[in-house]
Design a protein around this ligand. Structure first.
Ligand SMILES: [Cu+2]
Length: 131
């Protein structure tokens, strides 16, 4: 009888601790609501290391982007792009609706007589599916 009581008490405490941990420690600090990232392009690279932004399907995302040269920041997710100029912050906003891996590219302004703009892949976005 006493053993049973002890087991019940231990289980109860374990469940309470489990609940406390689940409720009080989210997996990622901003996993609910909008996820914001401050990104910087320097020497045609993202200063983030590794240059991979991990998201979960359904995340709403805002990138605030700085760069040391004029160019275009292009996320190959939903095909969003924005012009960036040194000394200014540009923003891109999107919803990570589809799971997968998407390139982040930096486009240099087209030179005169150049049909295609040069593109450098500077990072990636990884969207994991909702389990
Ligand atoms: Cu691109």
């Amino acid at each position: 009888m006493q053993k049973t009581k002890l087991i019940v008490a231990v289980l109860g405490v374990a469940i309470l601790i489990g609940l406390y941990l689940t409720v009080s420690i989210p997996i990622q600090p901003q996993s609910r609501g909008v996820k914001e990232f401050e990104l910087e392009v320097k020497d045609r690279k993202l200063t983030l290391s590794p240059p991979i932004i991990k998201l979960v399907q359904g995340d709403q995302v805002i990138f605030r982007i700085k760069a040391d040269e004029k160019g275009e920041f292009h996320v190959h997710i939903n095909d969003k792009e924005v012009d960036v100029e040194p000394g200014k912050i540009s923003t891109i906003q999107f919803n990570a609706t589809l799971a997968g891996r998407y390139d982040i590219a930096w486009h240099l302004p087209a030179k005169p007589g150049q049909a295609e703009r040069e593109e450098v892949v500077i990072g990636a976005i990884e969207v994991s599916p909702i389990s």
